[in-house]
Unconditional design. Structure first.
Length: 94
């Protein structure tokens, strides 16, 4: 039976590698999400809508429930019609 000692330096290297891996995963996810919006700009996800409109999840849900914007639910994620969002802004300006 072989015994291996873990030093503080080993833990520090592990921590750095773990943080780098997490950063890489986040960057890949962000690139994927931005690419999906660019490839199909007709429908966008909830997070992009909330960021774009600077609203809370509850406000977005209210817009969805009251039928002010069209949406699709696919595998638990909501997608919103970009044209409806633009119309909502135009109606508010009048």
């Amino acid at each position: 039976m072989e015994v291996s000692l873990i030093t503080k330096e080993d833990l520090q290297e592990f921590r750095i590698q773990l943080l780098l891996d997490i950063e890489r995963i986040i960057n890949e996810k962000m690139k994927f999400e931005s690419a999906s919006v660019e490839t199909n700009p007709e429908w966008i996800r909830s997070k992009a809508v909330r960021t774009f409109m600077n609203i809370s999840p509850a406000t977005l849900q209210n817009l969805r429930v009251t039928g002010k914007i069209k949406f699709k639910k696919i595998l638990g994620s909501y997608y919103y019609n970009l044209d409806d969002l633009k119309k909502l802004f135009e109606n508010e300006k009048r």
